[in-house]
Ligand binder design. Structure first.
Ligand code: SF4
Length: 236
């Protein structure tokens, strides 16, 4: 860890204990970004599950284009479980990693058919056993389909919370456990979506608002801006 990072973490942790910092982020960001729906287009939990698997390493917009054709051709787990893999590969090709993605969604459809009577499991542990479904996806699905608390740590949440000094590492399981330990469950889903949108539209990877002359970040005063010293110097 660099000296700069150590100093910043010390400052933020001493000035605002984690429970208060997360609560403050919740209070400020949720009213700005109150929507807790995924940006993926879907009509039911089957479509959301398949879209989430396909969204690895690509954008929601690209997935939304591809799934129009995919769900027209394979509208449920029964039809997808019986699909020819080459046909599915052709449809999901634009998303990259098309071979493994096609394999995962067909296998997932088969598991849904074989073990869950075509339904999406409501249990987190069963959900992460589905091919192509990790903790982030399982949390998103549990929250969207069953209205259970979900801590959805994606690349935007990782980046924002690292810059804020919530975690010294950009590690999803670590950040998920920090949120779980310091924020009440009923706030997990709203917090995740608000931080995600803040990262996607304000604290972006290359041009976070605090490094731009005419932009404003609503949590600027409580953020140590870890890792941004080079960009901040350019602003001056
Ligand atoms: S102050 Fe900068 S680094 Fe911190 S959250 Fe806002 S945009 Fe991101």
């Amino acid at each position: 860890m660099s000296n700069e990072l150590e100093i910043s973490l010390k400052e933020i942790n001493e000035s605002i204990p984690l429970p208060q910092l997360l609560e403050e982020l919740y209070i400020r960001l949720v009213p700005i970004w109150p929507d807790t729906r995924p940006l993926l287009h879907y009509n039911n939990c089957f479509e959301l599950l398949i879209s989430v698997i396909l969204s690895a390493q690509t954008t929601d917009d690209q997935v939304n284009i591809v799934t129009k054709e995919l769900f027209h051709r394979f509208p449920n787990s029964e039809s997808l479980a019986a699909a020819d893999i080459h046909e599915v590969e052709n449809i999901v090709y634009p998303l990259g990693f098309y071979h493994v993605k096609a394999k995962h969604i067909i296998e997932t459809a088969k598991v849904l058919q074989g073990r869950f009577n075509g339904q999406i499991p409501s249990n987190f542990e069963e959900m992460i056993e589905l091919p192509g479904v990790g903790r982030k996806s399982a949390n998103l699905l549990i929250a969207a389909c069953y209205e259970k608390p979900g801590i959805i740590v994606d690349t935007h949440v990782l980046r924002v919370l690292f810059r804020l000094g919530v975690s010294a590492k950009k590690e999803a399981t670590l950040i998920e456990s920090i949120i779980r330990a310091n924020l009440p469950p009923e706030k997990h889903t709203e917090f995740s979506y608000a931080v995600n949108r803040h990262g996607k539209f304000t604290c972006t990877a290359r041009k976070p608002a605090c490094t731009e002359q005419k932009k404003h970040c609503p949590i600027d005063d409580i953020c140590p801006k870890i890792g941004l010293s080079a960009l901040l110097k350019q602003r001056r």
